[in-house]
Design a protein around this ligand. Structure first.
Ligand code: SF4
Ligand code: MG
Length: 270
C-alpha cells in the first residue's frame, strides 16, 4: 500500500501550523512502514495529547488516542493482550519525557516489544508553549519568559540508561537518516526508541528569534552531527550538538516472552 493511501482523505486541511515539520516525521514513518510491507490491519498506533500526539489521527490506521503522557502505558496493555500486533507510539517531548517520564523509563526497562517515537521540538506546542524538559538553557517559553534555567534532557541517553534495546536519533533535515532509523526501530524485536528532532515555529521559533521555518530547519542542520563523527569529538566539542544515528541495537528477552515463560512455569506447577 502506498504512503498516499495510508493518509485519511479527511486529514486535509491539516491541523498543523504552516512551516511545522511534524509531518516530515510522520512521512518518514509511513515510508519505512511501506518499505517493510507491514499490515495496517495488524498495527495499532498509540498517541496522546499535543501536536505530535495528534499526528496519527491523520492516518488511516487503528489509532488509540489517550490521556497526556499515558500513550506508552496503554500501548503496553495492547501489546500484552495482543502479542502479534505491531504497536507504534507517537509522543511529544513533554508528553514522553515529563508527563509520561515514568512510563517511558519503565517501558524501556521492561523491553516491551514496541516502537516509540518522540517528536523533540523543544517545547509544549499545542498545549500552550510551556517549557519542556528538552527546552535548551536560556530558551524562552511561556513559562520561562526570562530564559530557561534548567538543563535539558537527552532522550536517547535516558532510553539507553533505562534499558531500551534499540535507541536512535534522526531529524527533519537529514530525512534519509530519519527514515533509516525508524525502519530499524520498526524492525527491532524489543523496545525501540527514536528521538526525532523537529521544529515548532509557532511556539518555540517565534519566542526564540527563529520564527522563519526554513531557518529553523537550518538550525537543526547545524545542531546535528553523524554519530561516527561525534565519536571522534570530546565533550567540549559536542556541547550543543545532537549526534544522529543508532546508539544502541542489541538483543534481549522481551516482556511478552518473559510473560509466556511465566505462564508455562505457573501452569506446570498447578
Ligand atoms: Fe507544529 Fe508547533 Fe504548530 Fe504544533 S504549535 S502544529 S508543533 S508549529
Ligand atoms: Mg513538544
Amino acid at each position: 500500500m502506498s504512503v498516499q493511501d495510508m493518509i485519511k482523505k479527511s486529514a486535509f486541511p491539516l491541523f498543523t501550523c504552516p512551516g511545522c515539520t511534524d509531518g516530515i516525521v510522520l512521512n518518514a514513518f509511513l515510508r519505512a512502514f511501506e518499505k517493510l510491507d507491514y499490515d495496517r490491519s495488524n498495527t495499532v498506533l498509540c498517541c496522546a495529547i499535543g501536536c505530535a500526539g495528534r499526528t496519527p489521527t491523520l492516518l488511516d490506521f487503528n489509532v488509540l488516542r489517550v490521556t497526556h503522557g499515558r500513550a506508552l502505558a496503554f500501548a503496553t496493555g495492547v501489546k500484552l493482550a495482543k502479542p502479534d500486533t505491531k504497536v507504534v507510539v507517537f509522543m511529544g517531548d513533554g508528553d514522553s519525557l515529563a508527563i509520561g517520564g515514568n512510563h517511558f523509563i519503565h517501558a524501556c526497562r521492561r523491553n516491551i516489544d514496541l516502537t516509540a517515537i518522540t517528536f523533540r521540538n523543544e517545547i509544549y506546542g499545542m498545549t500552550g508553549g510551556q517549557y519542556a524538559p528538552t527546552t535548551p538553557l536560556e530558551g524562552i517559553a511561556t513559562t520561562s519568559p526570562y530564559g530557561m534555567i534548567e538543563p535539558s534532557f537527552d532522550g536517547c541517553k535516558l532510553a539507553a540508561g533505562s534499558g531500551a534495546t534499540y535507541v536512535a536519533r534522526g531529524d527533519v533535515y537529514n530525512v534519509t537518516n530519519l527514515e533509516k532509523v525508524i525502519e530499524g526501530a520498526l524492525n527491532h524485536k524489543g523496545f525501540s526508541f527514536v528521538e526525532a528532532l523537529t521544529t515548532c515555529p509557532t511556539q518555540f521559533g517565534r519566542r526564540n528569534k527563529v520564527a522563519d521555518p526554513v531557518k529553523m530547519i537550518h538550525r537543526i542542520k547545524d545542531m546535528t552531527i553523524p554519530i561516527e563523527k561525534a565519536r571522534t569529538m570530546n565533550e567540549e566539542e559536542l556541547e550543543g550538538k545532537f549526534p544522529i544515528g543508532v546508539f544502541v541495537d542489541k538483543t534481549a528477552v522481551d516482556l511478552n516472552t518473559r510473560f509466556d515463560n511465566l505462564l508455562v512455569r505457573v501452569q506446570r506447577q498447578a
